[in-house]
Design a protein around this ligand. Structure first.
Ligand code: GLN
Length: 192
């Protein structure tokens, strides 16, 4: 049994929890406190509003602990706002949040007109069949460090990346019924 937490400060927490619970050998729980973080084998930072989640991480006193655990190898997956929180650089902003992944992200990369959409993309590292992807005011990655693996692109834009114990996706697998991405993350947790 692996213990996977979903950071439950703001955003799409329940959807991740129910997808995780559908997988075998996974115990999923919402986490809000330092003491809960240290008991985990893996953590998901969900979508929502990155500025708000970033502020709450500081208010709840979790920032240093998250950075420490991430650097020590805890598998962390950021979806959408979670991707922004993991990035070292946010375009047009001098600040970052956790800065754990060597990626540059563009917030609201798809602008307002095409703010939300659904598509299907092949992600060979994750599944043989193409996967349904849901984007909601999504960021995308504009630059990656040499050690970052690009898992998926849509046109020229990078939308899924992996670096050491970190995974980040622009889209929301938890809003589909497809569990391939969650299983991919659990395999990463188990491989640790
Ligand atoms: N646009 C949001 C942000 O910048 C992210 C959207 C999402 O997580 N669905 O935080």
């Amino acid at each position: 049994m692996v213990k996977v937490g979903v950071l439950a400060l703001q955003g799409g927490v329940e959807e991740h929890l129910s997808l995780l619970e559908s997988l075998p050998e996974v115990e999923a729980s919402p986490v809000k406190k330092q003491s809960e973080l240290t008991k985990l084998d893996g953590l998901i930072i969900p979508g929502g509003e990155s500025t708000t989640i970033g502020r709450l991480i500081e208010i709840f006193g979790l920032k240093e602990k998250l950075i420490e655990l991430g650097k020590a190898g805890l598998p962390i997956w950021g979806t959408c706002a979670g991707m922004i929180l993991l990035a070292k650089e946010i375009l047009g902003s001098g600040k970052n949040h956790l800065g754990l992944m060597n990626i540059t992200v563009k917030r609201n990369g798809y602008g307002n007109q095409l703010a939300s959409f659904r598509t299907e993309v092949e992600v060979p590292a994750v599944a043989e069949e193409s996967l349904p992807l849901v984007f909601i005011r999504a960021p995308y990655v504009t630059e990656v460090g040499s050690e970052v693996k690009v898992l998926a692109r849509i046109d020229e834009n990078i939308v899924a990346v992996e670096e050491k114990n970190f995974l980040a996706t622009s889209f929301h697998p938890e809003l589909t019924t497809d569990s391939n991405f969650h299983q991919y993350f659990i395999n990463k947790v188990n491989a640790r």
